[in-house]
Design a protein around this ligand. Structure first.
Ligand code: GLC
Length: 428
């Protein structure tokens, strides 16, 4: 039975963390056309094997990865233990279809050593296993191959294998902070996956683990977590993909639901050598603030290349985000919505009596702080260096006595043009 009190306790750290790293790493980095290549190009197991054979990341240092995540201000990370192609990055006893190195172990050790919570992505879908439906499936590489038309797949055997692998991950590696199942579609959902049994087993071994909602849905749909009666396998957060819910997410009673926007830096999860369409770090920073202001987390993806290296663009973006976070992360961690109307010139986040006013647009003269009254303010400082910020008292703004104005003496741009954060301590 879903227990609200247990749930609230379990998700506490995750809700405070707000910012994580997704890592899509696998043999699909060799063809380097994204992690869906097997499906898009309808590649058979036999033809995919050359990529499996070639996948031998010789420059993969997960300690480096963990350092980069930490510097960017990320509090948790999730690695693909197995993606849809079925190729395992861990030492599963249930298959030979796995890397020689146990990347899952390396990842968990390296990230934990940096104090970063570590979780695993696990694909419910498996395009390698003979008992996963082939012909007529929505996305299987052999979905149109008539040769598989009459093949009988013993789905129960697949489920035994899949549950077995999840159990391996839950028992061989110490505490796992997150299990990110992916994903349900058509009639391949909850009951089909034997989700009740699966989650009972997972929570037996890992009582504190956080689960996403994709045993019930995909990136589309919220699942029963957003209803009055979540199932035991509803998961702990909704997982909107490549979108920020415009108004956060509410359940059918109108209460906020925990969510995590999963976002790529370019347009692919897995490494794609021709995809240089990287977002600006300023956009990502502002969107992270938006997530927090709407009660959500952001998990930002990196797709390491076949040698195990982060793309150069990703490293640059992580560094730039890290620079901003070094000054302003107090307005992210442990923060949530301010419950005030979004101000004209930025956004607000809040933790207790600390209101973080994110100014994203410069003004002329006084900068109005929308939504707060003078008599509510105990003090205002610039979050990056603690400088006192005075409420303006000057003839140019005197026509607007109900609005608080501040300014940055003599400055023609914001101290940080991406997002300058004021910490406003409110009177209790
Ligand atoms: C998806 C995709 C995928 C990616 C993921 C991340 O639904 O199938 O390749 O791993 O979501 O959210």
């Amino acid at each position: 039975m879903f227990d609200r009190a247990v749930y609230n306790k379990r998700v506490e750290w995750y809700k405070d963390a707000r910012f994580g790293m997704f890592i899509h790493f696998g043999a699909y980095a060799v063809p380097a056309r994204g992690e869906w290549i097997r499906s898009y190009e309808e590649i058979s197991n036999e033809d995919y094997q050359k990529y499996i054979d070639a996948f031998d990341p010789d420059d993969c240092d997960m300690k480096e990865w963990a350092k980069m995540a930490k510097k960017a201000g990320m509090k948790y990370a999730v690695l693909t233990a197995k993606h849809h192609d079925g190729y395992c990055l861990f030492d599963s006893k249930l298959t030979d279809y796995k890397t020689k190195r146990d990347f899952v172990r390396e990842f968990l050790e390296a990230f934990r050593a940096e104090g970063i919570r570590a979780g695993l992505y696990f694909s419910l879908i498996d395009w390698y296993h003979p008992d996963f439906p082939h012909y007529g499936d929505k996305q299987h590489p052999e979905r149109r191959n008539e040769a598989f038309k009459d093949t009988l797949h013993d789905f129960d055997r697949y489920l035994t294998y899949m549950h077995g692998q999840v159990e391996e991950l839950c028992t061989q590696y110490g505490p796992i902070d997150i299990m990110w199942f992916d994903f349900s579609y058509d009639n391949m959902t909850a009951e089909t996956w034997k989700a009740q049994e699966l989650v009972e087993m997972v929570r037996k071994h890992q009582p504190d683990i956080i689960l996403d909602n994709r045993l019930e849905v995909s990136g589309e749909g919220f699942g029963s977590l957003a209803t009055q009666h979540p199932t035991d396998y509803s998961g702990d957060f909704v997982s909107p993909e490549q979108v920020i819910p415009p108004y956060g997410i509410l359940d059918d009673m109108g209460n906020p639901v925990l969510w995590e926007a999963c976002i790529t830096m370019n347009d692919n999860w897995g490494y794609h050598s021709a995809d240089h369409n990287f977002k600006k770090s300023s956009t990502i920073i502002r969107k992270l603030v938006e997530c927090v202001s709407k009660g959500g987390n952001m998990i930002l993806n990196v797709g390491p290349d076949a040698r195990g290296r982060f793309p150069k663009e990703s490293i640059r973006i992580l560094n730039e985000i890290g620079e901003w976070m070094a000054d302003y992360s107090k307005s992210i961690y442990g923060c949530g919505p301010a419950e005030l109307t979004k101000p004209d010139n930025g956004r607000m986040t809040r933790r207790g009596n600390k209101l973080y006013y994110h100014i994203m647009e410069m003004s002329i003269g006084g900068i109005p702080l929308f939504g707060i009254r003078k008599d509510q303010i105990e003090s205002i400082i610039l979050l990056n260096d603690g400088t006192e910020v005075k409420v303006m008292d000057y003839w140019t703004v005197n026509n607007y006595p109900d609005i608080v104005f501040i300014n940055f003496a003599g400055a023609n741009d914001l101290p940080n043009p991406i997002d300058t954060v004021l910490e406003i301590t409110l009177k209790s």
